[in-house]
Design a protein around this ligand. Structure first.
Ligand SMILES: Nc1ncnc2c1ncn2[C@@H]1O[C@H](COP(=O)(O)OP(=O)(O)OP(=O)(O)O)[C@@H](O)[C@H]1O
Ligand SMILES: [Mg+2]
Length: 256
């Protein structure tokens, strides 16, 4: 089982979109995937069609030792794609973690062994923050980080802060954490600025830049309305091919 957080403290860079669509692509390839929605906005939860919704939430699992992660897993209309719900349901979890006398940042790490081992991948869709206790918990718990960025000045400056944070986490608590890479989302390949970025990005970040980038495409916006990952909603659209290429590159990097 591989654990991957999609993180960027900047809002709207395609974290949720990428969590759902990479998860969808892996499911299409025969893998079993769990998405943990760690964002109080709850977009990953509301952008998929949940079929079995258990009463137990992640907050219950955190607060009550008798409830376990499998009790909080929802199935979706896509077989082998499951979700642990986020959104407002997370509020009591935050309070419970804040009240812990120690080990606040270890809560998620402590719960990970409860995730059924037949999941090949677990994606954590994170909120746009670095300091939130949920994101700190995710950083302490996961093996891999993926950073989506949008092509603008602020995004390009913002990833440095992320990388420093991950470095600190690695030194202090999670030596196994690894940034798999940074990729561009919603790229307008017709625009001059975006073309320049596509050309210069690999040299800017030789180790971290993914070759693959995700083109801007209307179906990316339509798929959540249909409550489906893009590869099932629009198998032949350009962004589906882009997410497939990104998925290949992600898997290659995990092997390397
Ligand atoms: N390739 C794309 N083509 C078109 N629209 C896109 C693409 N990728 C993302 N978007 C749109 O950009 C917006 C932000 O995407 P998303 O919600 O995935 O970002 P986020 O990083 O999860 O945001 P937040 O920080 O609020 O959690 C959404 O409206 C989404 O549909
Ligand atoms: Mg999001």
């Amino acid at each position: 089982m591989k654990t991957v957080a999609i993180m960027n403290q900047k809002g709207g860079t395609g974290k949720t979109t990428s969590a759902i669509n990479l998860a969808g692509e892996l499911v299409r390839r025969g893998k079993k995937v769990l998405i943990m929605d760690m964002d109080t906005q709850g977009n990953a939860t509301s952008n998929l069609e949940l079929t079995d919704i258990p009463a137990t939430t992640l907050a219950d699992v955190i607060c009550d030792k008798d409830r376990r992660i499998p009790d909080a897993i929802c199935h979706t209309s896509v077989e082998n794609l499951d979700v642990i719900r986020g959104g407002a349901l997370l509020a009591p979890a935050l309070t419970a973690m804040q009240e812990l006398p120690f080990g606040r940042d270890m809560t998620l790490r402590r719960l990970l062994p409860q995730i059924p081992q037949d999941y090949d991948f677990v994606f954590f869709d994170c909120s746009p923050s670095l300091e939130s206790l949920f994101n700190i918990n995710v950083l302490v718990a996961v093996q891999y980080i993926l950073i989506p960025i949008k092509v603008d000045k602020n995004s390009i400056e913002g990833y440095n802060v992320m990388l420093e944070t991950v470095q600190n986490v690695r030194e202090l608590v999670n030596p196994d954490i690894r940034v798999l890479g940074i990729f561009m989302t919603a790229v307008e390949s017709g625009s001059t600025l975006d073309k320049e970025m596509i050309a210069s990005f690999p040299q800017m970040l030789p180790e971290l830049a993914f070759r693959s980038y995700i083109r801007k495409n209307i179906d990316v916006k339509k798929a959540p309305l249909a409550l489906q990952p893009l590869c099932f909603f629009s198998p032949r659209c350009a962004a589906t091919a882009d997410y497939a290429a990104l998925c290949d590159e992600m898997l290659e990097r995990m092997e390397g």
